[in-house]
Design a protein around this ligand. Sequence first.
Ligand SMILES: Cc1ncc(COP(=O)(O)O)c(C=O)c1O
Length: 393
Amino acid sequence: MKTENDRRDFLKKCGLSTVPFFLPPIGLHTMPLAETTKKTPVNFIYDGLALSPDQYLNKLQEISKTSPIEADFYGNGGATKLLEEKFATLTGKEKAIYLPTGTMANQLAMKLLNKNNTKVLVPENSHIFRDEADAAQSVHNKRLIPVGKDKAYFDRSDLENTVNYINENEVFKSGLGTVTIENPVRRANGTFVPIQAIQEIADFCKQNGYKLHLDGARIHIAAAYSNISVAEYASHFDTVYISLYKYLNAAGGAILCGETTLIDQIAHQIKIYGGTIYQSWYNSSMAAHYLDGINTRWNQVVRTATQFISELNEIPGVRIESLKNGTNIYNLTLTKEISLKKLATFLYNEHNLWLGRADTNKVVKFTVNESLLTRDLKDIVAAWKIGIKQAHS
Ligand SMILES: Cc1ncc(COP(=O)(O)O)c(C=O)c1O
């Protein structure tokens, strides 16, 4: 049985920017709240709303009342088809397909793009390299070669150096066919890769005949903070994967977009690896709902968060800083006379505001998301002010 420590370790190793202060033993939403707070939760921890099963079911009903959700059949038709069409339009790609996980989307994209080539160059700190259980090597016969160790992202010269090194030092040329980029970079606290770097890498790949895949699990958040549209990002890549549960609040699922000839091979591949699911409408309809209007809502989150953070920074003892190329994750530090535990306990118990734990440097990766828009900002700031007073030791 997993202990709380195991779970915390798992979350940390996954590169989750922060770990909930009140990590519940069974799942989220199982911690008893004081009777006084029936307010909707605002979390400073997750990518999205972290909907409870109850909230999820209610939301699906609400969606279906306005526009009845239609079931798909093994991924065909219904809400899943509608979602695929939306994503093809959004990314400017010919076609999109639903997959059960992002891991499968990344792996199948690399496999098909790379054809008979064996080598794929990937960011050293990426989900593909570190968190996909060596699937590329053990299942798909592709060898992943890391680029850009100890950097948030690699640039064209890092890529060229690695390619030159391989060409000069390997006797058997079994072929490099594909390069991948992750944007934003989860293990670099969600910072985005500058578009200039992406353009230069894409040019290099084109000149050399390499395919380029984007792990854009959280691409919407890069778009919101860099003012580069999802379509513009996507235009530099052959294939693009986007998560349905990071920012689109589905319970799981992924979308892969690209040329028809490649996307049309995916359904068969999903089946081979046992991922064909009878129905997926509960994920696709939720994701489609949150995809509509996402730019407007995130522009509002960015504005609200900017105001919120500047007000919190006026409270003595509180410091919240943005990161270079940062998105929605900030560094929160408290002076030593303020107890983070007392503050987090107060905010959670009295106001249903969720704060994460500090890392070993006593920094909390303070994350904003759409939940910030569900409550009155004045009340949230007021709660923090009282919380900080009470948290003085
Ligand atoms: C950057 C990135 N890529 C891919 C994935 C894989 O997504 P899934 O959990 O759907 O396999 C994740 C999930 O954490 C991720 O953060």
